[in-house]
Design a protein around this ligand. Structure first.
Ligand code: SF4
Length: 253
């Protein structure tokens, strides 16, 4: 098949997907979007990969996915969120931080890591000689996992997303990674580390070790919220971040 024919099919498929999206909770929406976005679906991935080779603007591609996420109801978190929290930063980031999911502040504002833990993450990024705008920050799940989902106005209502919720949402993160192509990922905390590495090792044991996710180097570290509870962990996080800096500067750890 010629490339132009393939592109035409992809174009028609995209239009169909958009139409299904507009049908909201309809059964067709549920099955089709779930299938298309599932981990196993090579179709949508090939769409995006092809987009790059055809020089379609990555910013635009990222924005298209953001629009899809803002309408997504693939898991129950989508029913109770106030705002989907897609991610922030530059599409050209070499460094990407991945947390577990939005909390109260993020759910209310639609931005990742803006509460107290987020402010500490901003300080860590500055200490690494980067800025929030020069890295990319996202989460494994894009909607707020709540202990009491009937009460989004309640503080301290956050929980780790379930494995099922993470599995359902990870295709969006995979698409972000395919577009941004960071050189290294830093997972923040046990949940996101477990979600990406499928590893049961405690975060205290696995942190600082060089891993890989889909061919991208990955270093797990403590979540900044853990540092707020226990400032003694800051030293370990800084050790981990020094490895990240070294890798970004020299390609070696
Ligand atoms: S958490 Fe992810 S999969 Fe679930 S509704 Fe939100 S965007 Fe969709």
């Amino acid at each position: 098949m010629k490339l132009s024919e393939y592109l035409e099919i992809l174009h028609l498929a995209r239009i169909s997907i958009e139409e299904y999206n507009n049908w909201g909770e309809d059964e067709i929406y549920k099955t089709t979007i779930a299938d298309v976005l599932s981990n196993e679906s090579s179709f949508i991935k090939s769409t995006y990969q092809l987009s790059y080779t055809e020089n379609i603007n990555p910013r635009e591609e990222l924005n298209n996915i953001k629009q899809k996420v803002s309408r997504c109801k693939k898991c129950s978190l989508g029913k109770t969120r106030l705002n989907a929290v897609f991610g922030s930063g530059t599409v050209n980031a070499n460094l990407m931080f991945v947390g577990e999911g939005p909390g109260y502040d993020e759910d209310h504002k639609g931005e990742p890591f803006i509460g107290r833990a987020g402010q500490l993450l901003t300080k860590i990024i500055s200490a690494m000689n980067y800025k929030r705008e020069t890295v990319y920050i996202s989460n494994i799940v894009k909607c707020h996992p709540m202990i009491d989902p009937d009460n989004p106005e309640k503080r301290s209502n956050d929980r780790c997303p379930s494995l099922e919720e993470m599995k359902t949402c990870i295709p969006y993160l995979d698409m972000q990674l395919e577009i941004i192509k960071p050189k290294i990922i830093v997972t923040l905390g046990a949940c996101s580390t477990k979600g990406l590495l499928n590893n049961e090792e405690p975060i205290s044991k696995i942190r600082g070790k060089l891993k890989e996710y889909k061919g991208i180097k990955l270093i797990p570290t403590f979540h900044p919220a853990a540092l707020l509870r226990n400032p003694n962990l800051k030293k370990a996080v800084w050790e981990d971040m020094k490895k990240v800096i070294r890798y970004l500067e020299t390609g070696e750890i």
